[in-house]
Every structure is written in C-alpha cells, then in structure tokens.
Design a protein around this ligand. Structure first.
Ligand code: NDP
Length: 248
C-alpha cells in the first residue's frame, strides 16, 4: 500500500474494536495516525503497538464526538504538522439497550443518535472543508447492515445507521466536482466490545450474540477500509457490505 505511506489518517473511536484494528492496518501501510476516543489511557497504551506495526507517526488525543464545541475546537487546534488530514475514518459509534421503541429508555436513543449521527456530522463538518481546500481527501464512514434492514428491538440503532447511509450518499453528492471521495463500510456482526457496551458490561448476555455463528473479526473490516483508501484517486468505492458467512 505504497500510496498510503506518510498519509495522515484520522480515526475516531480508535481505542478498541474496529477502530483499533483499522489503526493497525493503516500503520502497516506506513500512514501517520491521528487517533481519538474518550479513553485516552487506552489510546496511549496502544501507541507502541501502532509504532511497532509500522506507523510513520502517531498522535492521539481525547475527544468525545458528541461534544460539538470540543470537536470544533480540538480539530481546529491540531498541531500544524497534523492538520492536513488525508483520510477521515468516522468510526466512533455504539449501541445502547435492546428493546421495543414504546418501552425503551430515551436516554439510550439520545446516546446512539448523538454519537452515531451527530458525532459523525460534527467531525465531518470540521474536517472536510480542509480536504476541499487542498483538493484531496477521503471520508470513510462506518455504517452497518443494520442501516439496510431493521431488526427486532433495534429500531433506533438501525435508524442511526440508516442515517449514516443517507449522510454518506448526501455528502458524496455535495462533493461532486471535487476529488474528495466518500465510502460507507457496512459490516454485519463483528466480534468487538460492541455488545458489551450495548448491554452495559453484561458479558454473558454479550457473548450470546455470537453464539452459533462465526462472527467477522475487526481485522476483516480494517482490511476493507484500507483497501478502499488505497484505490487510485480517480476510483471511488461507494459501499462495502461485509457479513459473516452465517448471516443472511
Ligand atoms: P467498540 O465498542 O469496540 O468500539 C467503539 C469505539 O467507539 C471505541 O473506540 C469507543 O471509544 C468509541 N466511541 C464510542 N463513543 C464515543 C464518543 N462519544 N466519542 C468518541 N469515541 C467514541 O465497537 P466496534 O469496534 O464494534 O464499533 C465501531 C463502529 O462499528 C461503530 O460505529 C459501530 O456502530 C460499527 N459497527 C459495529 C458492528 C459490530 O458488530 N461490532 C457491526 C456494524 C457496525 P471510547 O469508549 O474510548 O470513547
């Protein structure tokens, strides 16, 4: 992946799961990694891992993508040598709760919509103008098969990923006439902390999600993301849908 060497790649939610694996995969391609999440301690502990994997440089910082003012001020104040972002991976996201719309806790909805929809928009708004100005860049949004097909007890999470799909398509239209690319990567079930977060640390319940299937691994998604980012600049990959072989 010679064309990614030295490129600045911003990954939100790089402290675990798909974001962490994606950081490792871009590191192996020699990219410069700009990594954020709320848990700065986790990112700091991963710093040597990314260097070992081949990253040209790594800069991590704490960011809660739901905090609009923090997103704006933190990204505007990046050190000069990190300010020209080539690839943005809008990965930070979560699911909370698992229940019927008419029974579920509205706090769960707020958290999913604030993170998966508004957080993605805030980061995009802060980064894309620079890409347009420099006439280069690639936005890779983390969607889900949940954005295509609503499943039982998941209406609001599925809605947040349907919104990601619409935003990715809209952004692509907005960027027509510029060389900035937009890709949505849409996985099915991936074995990460996702279910543990959804069930607020209930590991037994989380483990049941992956029973009787061979889930995707975060590295499978990272491979797809790095592949999309490494296509020649005139090639725009619109969507990549990946599911485990056990998932319809
Ligand atoms: P993880 O729980 O392992 O990772 C989620 C990441 O998002 C963490 O690094 C977390 O970091 C970060 N994050 C969550 N909230 C915020 C926030 N407010 N601000 C900044 N960072 C945040 O789960 P996954 O790796 O599975 O999830 C990554 C993405 O993939 C999500 O968008 C998810 O919806 C999507 N996805 C996951 C699937 C799966 O089956 N696992 C399937 C399809 C899509 P921290 O807590 O340190 O802030």
């Amino acid at each position: 992946m010679k064309n990614l060497a030295g490129k600045i790649v911003l990954i939100t939610g790089a402290s675990s799961g798909i974001g962490e694996a994606t950081a490792k995969a871009f590191a192996a391609a020699g990219a410069r990694l700009l990594l954020c999440a709320r848990r700065l301690d986790k990112l700091a502990a991963l710093h040597p891992v990314f260097i070992e994997a081949g990253a040209a440089a790594v800069h991590e910082f704490a960011l809660d993508v739901t905090d609009r003012k923090a997103v704006e001020s933190t990204l505007a104040a990046l050190p000069t040598e990190w300010s020209e972002i080539d690839v943005l991976v809008n990965n930070a996201g979560l699911s909370r709760g698992f229940g019927k719309v008419y029974e579920d806790d509205p706090d769960n909805w707020e958290e999913m919509i604030d993170t998966n929809v508004k957080g993605l928009l805030y980061v995009t708004r802060a980064v894309v103008p620079g890409m347009v100005e420099r006439q280069r860049g690639h936005v890779i949004n983390m969607g889900s098969t949940a954005g295509y097909m609503t499943y039982a007890n998941g209406a609001v999470y599925c809605a947040s990923k349907a919104a990601e799909k619409a935003i990715s398509e809209g952004l692509k239209i907005d960027l027509m006439g510029t060389p900035v690319r937009v890709t949505s990567v849409d996985p099915g079930m991936v074995e990460t902390d996702f279910s543990k977060v959804r069930f607020r640390g209930d590991e037994e319940r989380a483990a049941k999600v992956y029973q009787n299937i061979t889930p995707l691994q975060p590295e499978d998604i990272a491979d797809a993301i790095v592949w999309a980012a490494s296509r020649p600049s005139h090639v725009n990959i619109h969507n990549i849908v990946l599911t485990t072989i056990d998932q319809a």
